[in-house]
Design a protein around this ligand. Structure first.
Ligand code: CA
Ligand code: CA
Ligand code: CA
Length: 259
């Protein structure tokens, strides 16, 4: 039985990437914000965000909290604010940074990627090759809603810097995260304890199967392809009724809190 389940896994395993950042920084993210904030609060948040951006510029990519990363994603030299509510890649937002250290309004990654109605966009951000630029993995899929999952319409590894308007990368390549099921979540993970951020994918492989799939990164490839060996070591078979556990704080393994 175990064996049967495992082989299904292989089949189901390449799916998911998710983009999700939502509630953009409760702290720094709130900088540019929302009409519901009081003026005083806004001012205070803005000041804090500017301070954090300044610190980040000096010290590199850093975290304002577990799900809000400050780093330069579009390569213009100004720090941007990347929020990933729940750390699961489904509600990711970006606030592009300006020269004065302030951040623009929150834009949803799914919109930048051009996800259509009915499609689910997921994303993960990290410096996968550890070369100093932030990179993305993105996945767009229209869930089938039945036992037979759809494959991704778009699944790519996009080495940074990415374009501010559509998150395009000159060196984008296909990723297999969306090839064999529906990616429900994409999370940064630290599976093999090296300097290259890994991916955890919550993959709906069909027929009630819901697995934690794994992509380990290398200096050459960034996130690699699915291998059964990696799955056996770091993945987990699960079901819709009994989901696998997922990493919740992968960014923390690679980025320090902003000073
Ligand atoms: Ca930037
Ligand atoms: Ca990089
Ligand atoms: Ca790794």
């Amino acid at each position: 039985m175990l064996r049967t389940r495992r082989s299904r896994l292989i089949a189901s395993s390449l799916t998911a990437i998710t983009l999700g950042l939502t509630v953009a920084g409760y702290q720094a993210g709130a900088a540019v914000t929302s009409s519901s904030d009081s003026t005083a609060q806004s001012a205070s948040h803005t000041t804090k965000a500017a301070q954090l951006a300044k610190a980040a510029k000096a010290g590199g990519t850093c975290l304002t909290d577990a799900t809000t990363l400050v780093g330069d994603l579009d390569g213009d030299g100004n720090m941007d604010l990347i929020s990933n509510p729940g750390h699961n890649g489904t509600k990711m937002t970006i606030q592009w940074g300006a020269k004065d250290g302030s951040f623009g309004k929150k834009v949803a990654v799914k919109d930048l990627l051009g996800a259509k109605k009915g499609e689910v966009a997921t994303a993960a951000v990290a410096d996968f090759q550890n070369d100093g630029t932030l990179d993305m993995v993105v996945n767009i899929v229209e869930p089938a809603g039945g036992d037979d999952p759809n494959n991704a319409r778009l699944a790519e590894y996009r080495p940074g810097p990415v374009n501010r308007t559509d998150l395009a990368s000159d060196n984008a390549r296909h990723s297999d995260v969306g090839d064999m099921g529906e990616a429900k979540q994409l999370r940064i993970a630290d599976f093999n304890k090296d300097e290259y951020p890994d991916l955890a994918i919550l993959n709906n492989g069909g027929d009630g199967q819901l697995d934690r799939d794994v992509r380990l990164s290398t200096k050459d490839s960034g996130p690699g392809d699915f291998t059964y060996e990696d799955f056996e070591k770091y993945g987990e078979a699960g079901a819709l009724s009994d989901p696998p556990s997922m990493p919740t704080n992968g960014w923390k393994s690679f980025y320090k809190p902003c000073a």
